[in-house]
Ligand binder design. Structure first.
Ligand code: PMP
Length: 281
């Protein structure tokens, strides 16, 4: 496998950044994960726009132009002979002697890696649906920035995996924010789709935005408001959205079944609609 590190394409096993990279010492950096299926990038404009936004919020410069980033992404993918892949892009503030106060105008570090993605495998998982567990949302107050500081997310998802669940549903101040690496949605008894509004409390998913557009095309009602665990338990369907899981049905939360405990019909339609939209790009 080949990785991209600061201007060079290198064997994955030999790819390195300096020990005083601020990404390593302070999680002072941001990332994006985006999907390419059969050579077609899904929602790439949205992912690159969010990368720029995350960097702006942290006063880190874009390491290169958006177009140059697209070229590097394609190079990494092709050098790894992967028509379908998850592409990981990470930009950190750069290398400097350890000090909380950062030098202004440091040269950012840019790293890209890829891993294979198999849409059929993802479809097979979606056909079964996943179970989730609830966890307290103990993350910092700016989770709208796609920061590499993911310790709370990692601990929550690890707790889920230890009991065989696929995701951790995060609860803050009595309402659901999102999951450890995806946005959470419920569908109520009237068929209304509900998801947390954009705010500093969630990462505004690119998949969430496209799913919203798909829902509107399907003439479904979408309401963006916080919802509670009681509403989750009473929901007729639940699903998650993220670049890597697309639209993923949830069949149970903790010890509760959602609906009849199988992926819901509206969720299935939404996933199909999402894939059709991506294929038509
Ligand atoms: N929330 C969190 C915390 C995430 O890490 C992710 C995925 N990286 C998402 C939501 C979904 O975002 P997207 O649809 O852009 O992948």
């Amino acid at each position: 496998r080949i990785a991209y590190v600061n201007g060079q394409y290198v064997p994955h096993a030999l790819a390195q950044v300096h020990i005083e990279d601020r990404g390593y010492q302070f999680a002072d950096g941001v990332y994006e994960v985006c999907l390419v299926v059969d050579g077609k990038y899904w929602d790439l404009d949205g992912h690159l726009a969010r990368l720029k936004r995350s960097l702006d919020e942290l006063q880190i410069a874009m390491p290169m132009s958006e177009n140059a980033l697209r070229v590097v992404m394609d190079n990494v993918r092709k050098r790894n002979h992967l028509p379908s892949a998850m592409i990981y892009i990470q930009v950190t503030r750069g290398v400097a002697p350890r000090n909380h106060i950062f030098p202004v105008g440091l040269k950012p570090s840019l790293v890209m890696t890829v891993k294979p993605f198999d849409l059929d495998q993802s479809d097979a998982k979606a056909a079964k649906g996943i179970r989730v567990i609830t966890q307290p949302d103990i993350r910092w107050g700016r989770t709208d920035i796609k920061s590499t500081g993911l310790l709370a997310n990692a601990m929550a998802k690890h707790a889920a995996s230890e009991v065989g669940a696929g995701e951790a549903l995060l609860i803050r101040d009595g309402h659901i924010t999102e999951c450890s690496s995806s946005n959470a949605w419920i569908i109520d008894k009237d068929g209304v789709l509900i998801t947390h509004p954009k705010s500093h409390e969630i990462l505004s998913g690119i998949t969430r935005e496209t799913a919203k557009a798909c829902a509107q095309e399907l003439q479904l009602n979408v309401v963006e408001r916080p919802f509670t665990l009681d509403e989750v338990k009473a929901a007729s369907e639940m699903f998650l959205t993220s670049a890597s899981s697309v639209v993923m049905p949830v069949i149970g939360v903790d010890s509760f079944k959602i609906g009849d405990g199988t992926p819901g019909p509206i969720t299935k339609r939404l996933r199909e609609s999402y894939k059709a939209r991506a294929r038509a790009l």
